[in-house]
Design a protein around this ligand. Structure first.
Ligand code: GLN
Length: 538
């Protein structure tokens, strides 16, 4: 039987070097050689999952098919590989401790003192091997969040060290991602931070097999030699990762640098020599050579940190590539929108997306933006909270229910057109308790969305507590405002459309989680198409 192979990606020097993109790029190259590969991320923070994190802390929370609230890097994995991840692909220190403590309470370790080593490290190792044991994969790539040297990372690094020993060198490869900065004052690239980082890793007992070096310019032969010598690796194992204009260039760069070949050699696996990236290159060509551009506004309250909307932004890139269109996204803080500023902020746009969100801050700006684009017939796409706001806006300004509101923002409203779902009413805890993951939705034939999907039965991912109130929505529905998608089992309204408008769609689910490079999401494609024709007709 062939052994499952494990790649671990650690990071040094600073955070945000792009371990997730390197991991996803390597996975892409291995997948293109017919290896069955998946990626998982281990995060050293104590939250059980990122679901309770404010987007400002850690960017978007990505939701998987099986309803796990995960790190945004899992979004990259899915977008690069076009395969689904799951709850098992994202583990945090909080989850590890929770499970060890629960076992302790059940008496599993009876008589023993429960300690970081071996109990926490055993739990980590077991989770690191879980997907490998499923028989579904040849290679598992595990990204260790954080930076080597962080106190929080130590149990993870120690677990990898033990796995190298237990599984043998031929089955485990350690990639260390570091920074090689250019010092303007001396006019040189500096290798010392990399040397220190490798040393720090060694102090924890782990030897890097491959060093991926982020830099803003080519490393050159001498620098590569120096890094190899002091980093204790072969020259070919010094991989340059130069800054590129799009993350989608990284697999091509890694192919040129031979990252996949070096990894496979260490596993005694034969590189096929044929890495078919033709589709990927075609996609890259399309994003770099657009035939037209449109301007789309993204209205939200977390726009200062664009990572909060990562999947939406990537969905625009995927859909734009399909339509050979560059989508210039203008971030608009909903706090900045009032009746007066709406005109200046929105009038030159070819489409407006009102983003998901929580709470009551900066809600009014969203409602004003929606009224403006509805009345001025600018294509509109509302996602989750964005859809809920569109329903409130229509109820107030068209149907005449001036007090219409969501109980999330105003619990005392006498027209709660958006209300807490019944099953949510008894839930008091916050973590992992929303309506999450993939649910069926039945679309109405002849609707804009049905023609976008070219199907009437769809499945989309969710993350919400509130819903359209079916007891009241009958009073809103008219010839123009329609519910065109419902959950077939619960009758929960999932999709709304407003007609007499070029494109006005709101969805309770999150289509952005399912857009990938090879399968742009049909609703994003349709929205961009509407933006293109809107631009052509003004
Ligand atoms: N806050 C809203 C709800 O919980 C919308 C959530 C979202 O936009 N993801 O229903």
């Amino acid at each position: 039987m062939r052994h499952v192979k494990y790649v671990f990606v650690t990071g040094g020097v600073t955070s945000s070097l792009g371990k997730g993109i390197i991991a996803a790029s390597l996975a892409k190259l291995l997948q293109a050689q017919d290896f069955r590969v998946t990626i998982q991320k281990f995060d050293p923070y104590i939250n059980v999952d990122p679901g309770t994190l404010n987007p400002y802390e850690h960017g978007e929370c990505f939701v998987t098919e099986d309803g796990a609230e995960t790190d945004l890097d899992l979004g990259h994995y899915e977008r690069f590989l076009n395969v689904n991840t799951s709850q098992a692909n994202n583990v945090t220190t909080g989850r590890v401790y929770k499970s060890v403590i629960e076992k302790e309470r059940q008496g599993e370790f009876l008589g023993k003192t429960v300690q970081v080593i071996p109990h926490i490290t055993n739990e980590i190792k077991q989770r690191m091997l879980l997907l490998g044991n499923s028989g579904n994969y040849d290679i598992i790539i595990t990204e260790i969040g954080g930076t080597v040297g962080d106190i929080e990372s130590l149990p993870y690094i120690e677990s990898v060290r033990q796995l190298v020993w237990e599984l043998g060198k031929a089955n485990v490869v350690v990639i260390h991602l570091t920074l090689v900065p250019f010092l303007a004052s001396s006019g040189e690239l500096k290798t010392k931070p990399t040397q220190h980082s490798v040393k720090l890793l060694m102090e924890s007992g782990l030897i890097a097999d491959i060093l991926v070096c982020r830099s803003d310019r080519p490393l050159g032969k001498d620098i590569r030699h120096k890094i190899a010598l002091f980093g204790n690796v072969n020259a070919k194992d010094v991989i340059e990762s130069i800054d590129v204009c799009t993350i989608y260039d990284v697999p091509i760069k890694m192919l040129e640098e031979g990252l996949d070949v070096q990894v496979l050699k260490k596993f005694n696996l034969n590189p096929t020599g044929q890495v078919d990236l033709s589709q990927w290159k075609d996609f890259l060509y399309r994003i770099k050579n657009p035939k037209q551009r449109i301007k789309v506004g993204l209205v939200g309250k977390y726009v200062e940190l664009t990572d909060s909307y990562k999947s939406i932004l990537e969905s625009f890139i995927h859909a734009g590539a399909q339509l050979e269109t560059q989508v210039d996204v203008q971030f608009i803080h909903s706090e900045d929108i009032d009746k007066q500023s709406a005109i200046d902020l929105l009038q030159s746009l070819h489409g407006v997306l009102v983003a998901p969100g929580f709470g009551s801050r900066a809600i009014d700006g969203k409602l004003i933006a929606i009224q403006y684009v509805r009345e001025n017939k600018i294509p509109f796409f509302g996602i989750c909270l964005g859809m809920q706001m569109a329903v409130i806006e229509y109820s107030r300004n068209v149907s005449g229910f001036v007090n219409a509101d969501s109980t999330e923002q105003n619990s005392k409203t006498d027209f709660p057109i958006i209300d807490l779902m019944t099953e949510q009413k008894s839930i008091a805890t916050k973590g992992g308790t929303m309506r999450l993951g993939s649910w069926d939705c039945q679309l109405v034939a002849g609707s804009t969305v049905a023609s976008s999907y070219n199907s009437l039965a769809i499945k989309e991912r969710h993350r919400h507590r509130y819903e359209i109130n079916n007891d009241l929505v009958g009073q809103i529905k008219d010839d123009n405002f329609r519910i065109v998608g419902t959950n077939p089992k619960t009758d929960l309204a999932e999709v709304i459309e407003v007609s007499q408008h070029p494109w006005f769609v709101g969805v309770q689910f999150h289509p952005e989680y399912k857009s990938t490079v090879s399968q742009p999401h049909p609703l994003f494609v349709s929205f961009i198409e509407a933006g293109i024709s809107y631009k052509q007709n003004i």
